[in-house]
Design a protein around this ligand. Sequence first.
Ligand SMILES: *Cc1c(COP(=O)(O)O)cnc(C)c1O
Length: 436
Amino acid sequence: MTPAPGPRSRRLWRRANRSLAGGVDSPVRSFRAVGGTPVFFARGRGAYLWDVDGRRYLDLVGSWGASILGNTPPAVREAITRAASEAVSFGAPSPREHELAEAIRAACPEIEQLRFVSSGTEAVMSAVRLARGATGRELVVKFAGGYHGHADGLLARAGSGVSTLALPDSAGVPPAVTALTRVLPYNDPEALARLLEREGERVAAVVVEPVAANMGLVPPRPGFLRAISTLVHRHGALVIADEVITGFRLRRGTVHASLGLDADLVTLGKVIGGGLPVGAYGGRRRLLRHLAPLGPVYQAGTLSGNPIAMAAGRATLDQLVPETYRRLERLGAALEEGLAAAAEQERLSPFTVQRVGSLLGTFFAAGPVIDAAGAERSDRRRYARYFHAALDGGVYLPPSALETTFVSAATTPGDLARAIPAVRAGMRAARGGGRR
Ligand SMILES: *Cc1c(COP(=O)(O)O)cnc(C)c1O
């Protein structure tokens, strides 16, 4: 096959750079992390995407997990069309909000009440504000490698030297803001215990991805999540389970409780919008009562609860039955086996695949990877060559080494089997060097 992207994508990339900062609306899309110029997409159906040059790709990104049913599922498309024929926006209450809220509550017993926003970023930012307002405390604790959206206080990484002090991860975030953030290693309950000993009475909340899915895919070690809720609650702080990726992705509902985490607040996004901009945060009524108009914690949104987005989310959740998750598990296992076998045949080493359900992390590093330090040992240059050779062979992987690979329910075992030659070519390129 000829290398991607084709001539139309290249032309669009020049045009995009004239109008859009860096040519994109979200940095990872620019291919900066893997080199080259991005592919521009024209159409998506089921497990596949077509670019503007007419090339077809097996989609293993799925809009970063939002497209759990695959691209443009008929039921979701119909729900969007029907909703749009009634109204595009109200900026006022409509029953579509309760329809999605009730579907979420029925699947998540810990969510007595919730509020819709328009992104995962807003959901986590608002949940942190609510936790601070409810506890009257200031500090927030996160884990290195956890991504919780781009709100200032959460764009922080562990500083060197004093391991827990947070440094801004972005220009424009004042150190005075991240001074209220603490960053700890994932899967290290002792580090959390030590921090809480020191300043537990100042901690409002600990934010955690119950399965870390923004540094490749890093499962929690046995006991880690249970230790978090025990320690945090002992110090009178709150636990925020960030399930923006994992919620409704690994099972119908949230996954933290089944992994031992007792959360006070939960954030959702991605899947619950079915590809439209939706986030949500929720929990016990006694906490949500602190939100305006009932309480003093302010949070608002012009397009929050948008009727088209609510309809897309509801139609998506309606399709997520137990068989969907059994299917996603089988597909995830098949892809994991395919990757491991291909790596073996190509004598690619070090190489590690980690998987939970339909989420996979591929590391060009020795495993198991348990934290950000381990994930960062993955060879990014190898990943970039792997990515580009797979792309040339018609497989769209995440364009960054530390992102998760997602399988959608529209995929068939045959689709995965047909993708393996491209994946093997990627591994060959990764091992051997090549055009990049
Ligand atoms: C994607 C993501 C976010 C941010 O969601 P956006 O909709 O991109 O703002 C927050 N937390 C986690 C765990 C995510 O994966």
